[in-house]
Design a protein around this ligand. Structure first.
Ligand code: MN
Length: 696
């Protein structure tokens, strides 16, 4: 383990301006907070953050990153709080530590591939500052280096799988190939122990037989280039067991058939030397044409630059050669980290965001592919990632709420939602979720999706499911009314209505089932008579038309309306039998019967419109008239006489206007029907006492 002064000296080496006191304080703080906690290795726990900080100094990262590495587990694993960190080390370090803590919280492994891809995206989206991700990757690398100390095989396997599926691809994504390869090598050893042992043993045999072949080839290459006047450094290595194994499984070949076991790196001083070296190698040895790649003129999306070629060595063996400048090499192996470290020379504002870094790369490289990569990153900025309490990850658009989340998990969960806890606290369902929120949906047995949810949900899935549920609920309500009406109807047919009769009726009416029938009755889509006919065909023939559905307790009967459905005659237009009428139905209210000419109908567009007509025996409706009399003695008595002669009972009489020589009255009277009302109006108009008479 690095000692305190060694760590500080390493930082001072590349950054003489670093604040020694601060670094010391962070070191002491982590030692104190982790106290007597132990690692699986038996080492004191604080050795881990110190090693992670050491990895960060290898990348020459700034002091805030080093301090973050030292403190990265204090909030997660000790009593320290973010507030405490901020008070001691300032807001920037607090923000970085908070970022790493958030990433650590979600280390529950979703087993399927889709979830792993989600998690990678989540980690990227969460790492607003690339330094957070770098500390996290170093944390994982150190944990992998010490993986063998963990006793439980299942736990080792889980961590290794997570590393292979999530962290190694992430390291690749940000161009940290060195981290990627080491993580893969360590995870491979855990996940495929037999393959690891076999390949390692074969590599040793090969080495024993050939004795220093890698070094010999490296020297030959270096000399050949020196003779041609190109000064280079050559590094040779055997490939990692994992990459050999990858080739074996990709090509379905045995170890002996994998011919490119050795790889060499040629490091030059400048770009021109790269191409000169390539020319010399291709003239000296035979090369494999399909294997040549120029990533210098066309870098990879993550900024990787190098020339790649494969040479035939002594007619039997292929060797891979990568040619690049030293600077390219540094950037290739440590990706964005190297880029970040380089920039520290001119110390920008110290709080450069992850995205801003990327934008700068794009700006300075003018490369279309990198721009594309940046755009891909930007996509994640519109997404949020939220978790179930068990750690399953769901990706949602920004602005999504607990209701969206519930429907994303499962439609049934959305339908059962009555409330939600976000990060353990009850929150209104309309609360927009934040990245990393843990959402617990509270279910209720009588839950039903609310129409008002449509005001805040953002996902199409939630929207469609809510609409459908509301529609079904309304339908069920109507069907309930319908089944009550059906009970009454079935009393009136000359038979006992049982299951058989109902089945027959459903079939005759061409309905899908009982629910469909009840809905049709409740919504007055079919008449009583049709239902009765369907139940007992021919049974309505002897019924006197209309008689059966005029209402006993009401002198008015209306056709088209199911008996039992409450209705009222509208008081705005006072329809009387004989008027053309329509019914307006609003949920939970009696049907309002209006004259078709009523202006109020314009306000009824959101109601159901029922096409109604008067039943035969309708009578006793209320008529409203406006009568203007000449303002002289006896005219009122004469008018009253006309009503009396017509056997019409006047209910009320209001004087509404007095304008010499006229007096106007508004009259409400019981009338039998429209014909009755018309007779009265004619009689009034014929009278000398009356100047004008009209229906209101
Ligand atoms: Mn850690």
């Amino acid at each position: 383990m690095l000692r305190q002064y060694e760590l500080v000296e390493k930082v001072k080496d590349y950054d003489p301006a670093a604040d020694e006191a601060m670094l010391n304080r962070a070191y002491v703080y982590t030692v104190q907070k982790h106290g007597s906690q132990k690692r699986a290795s038996g080492d004191p726990y604080f050795s881990h953050p110190v090693e992670v900080a050491g990895l960060m100094t290898d990348l020459q990262l700034d002091q805030e990153t080093i301090m973050t590495a030292l403190l990265h587990d204090t909030v997660e694993d000790t009593l320290a709080t973010i507030e405490d960190i901020e008070a001691n080390f300032g807001p920037e370090v607090a923000r970085l530590v908070d970022g790493v803590t958030k990433l650590s919280k979600i280390e529950t492994m979703p087993e399927n591939e889709r979830a792993a891809e989600n998690l990678r995206k989540f980690l990227l989206a969460m790492s607003e500052d690339i330094r957070v991700l770098l500390v996290k990757l170093a944390d994982r690398l150190h944990n992998m280096r010490t993986l063998h100390f963990i006793k439980k095989p299942e736990k080792r396997q889980r961590i290794a799988r997570e590393t292979m599926e999530i962290y190694a691809p992430l390291a690749e994504r940000v161009g940290m190939y060195e981290y990627m390869r080491e993580m893969q090598a360590l995870a491979f050893r855990e996940l495929e122990p037999e393959a690891y042992v076999t390949i390692t043993r074969k590599l040793e045999e090969l080495r024993g037989a050939d004795g220093g072949q890698v070094e010999r080839i490296a020297l030959t290459i270096k000399q050949a280039l020196a003779e041609a006047g190109v000064q280079v450094e050559v590094m040779g290595r055997e490939k990692h067991p994992y990459s050999i194994w990858q080739k074996m499984s990709e090509r379905h070949v045995s170890f002996e058939q994998v011919t490119d076991i050795m790889a060499f790196r040629v490091l030059t001083d400048n770009e021109a030397d790269c191409y000169r070296a390539l020319g010399v190698l291709h003239m000296t040895w035979q090369f494999l044409p399909g294997k040549f790649k120029d990533y210098i003129s066309t870098p990879k999306t993550n900024g990787y630059r190098s020339l790649h070629t494969s040479l035939m060595w002594e007619n039997s063996m292929r060797v891979e050669v990568q040619i690049r400048t030293r600077e390219m090499h540094q950037r290739n192996e440590f990706g964005l980290a190297a880029h970040w470290a380089y920039k520290q020379g001119d110390k920008p504002d110290g709080a450069v965001g992850w995205l801003r870094d990327l934008i700068e790369i794009v700006d300075t490289s003018h490369d279309a592919e990198e721009l594309l990569e940046h755009t891909r990153m930007a996509i994640y900025q519109d997404r949020i990632f939220a978790f179930t309490p068990k750690g399953a990850l769901f990706q949602l658009p920004k602005g999504a709420t607990s209701v969206d989340f519930a429907f994303a998990v499962h439609t049934d969960l959305g339908l059962a939602t009555v409330g939600a806890k976000i990060n353990g606290r009850h929150m209104p369902l309309r609360t927009p979720l934040d990245n990393g929120d843990v959402v617990e949906i509270i279910k209720g047995p009588y839950a039903e999706p609310q129409l008002s949810w449509l005001n805040f949900v953002v996902t199409g899935k939630a929207r469609a499911a809510i609409r459908r549920a509301v529609r079904l609920k309304e339908r069920a309500e109507v069907a309930t009314i319908g089944s009550k009406l059906f009970d009454a109807i079935s009393q009136r047919v000359p038979a006992n209505v049982g299951k058989k009769a109902i089945r027959g009726a459903i079939e005759r009416l061409g309905m899908d089932g009982p629910e469909d029938l009840m809905f049709a009755i409740g919504s007055a889509k079919i008449s009583d008579r049709e239902v009765m006919e369907a139940l007992v065909p021919g049974c309505t023939a002897e019924l006197e038309d209309d008689d059966q559905w005029s209402r006993r307790d009401h002198a008015i009967s209306i056709k088209g309306l199911t008996p039992g459905v409450a209705f009222e005659l509208a008081t705005c237009c006072h329809p009387v039998p004989g008027d053309r009428i329509v019914g307006l139905r609003r949920k939970g209210e009696p049907v309002l019967v209006h004259a078709i000419t009523c202006l109020e109908l314009a306000n009824g567009v959101d109601s159901d419109w029922l096409d109604l007509s008067w039943g035969k025996r309708s009578q006793g409706a209320v008529g409203r008239l406006r009568v203007t009399l000449y303002d002289r003695l006896g005219t009122l008595a004469e008018m009253a006489g006309i009503f009396a002669k017509a056997k019409c009972n006047v209910i009320s009489l209001d004087q509404t206007q007095l304008e010499h020589p006229f007096t106007t009255y508004e009259i409400t009277a019981d009338v039998q029907d429209l014909a009755h009302l018309s007779r009265i109006l004619s009689a009034l108009r014929a009278s000398d006492a009356v100047a004008q008479a009209e229906r209101i």
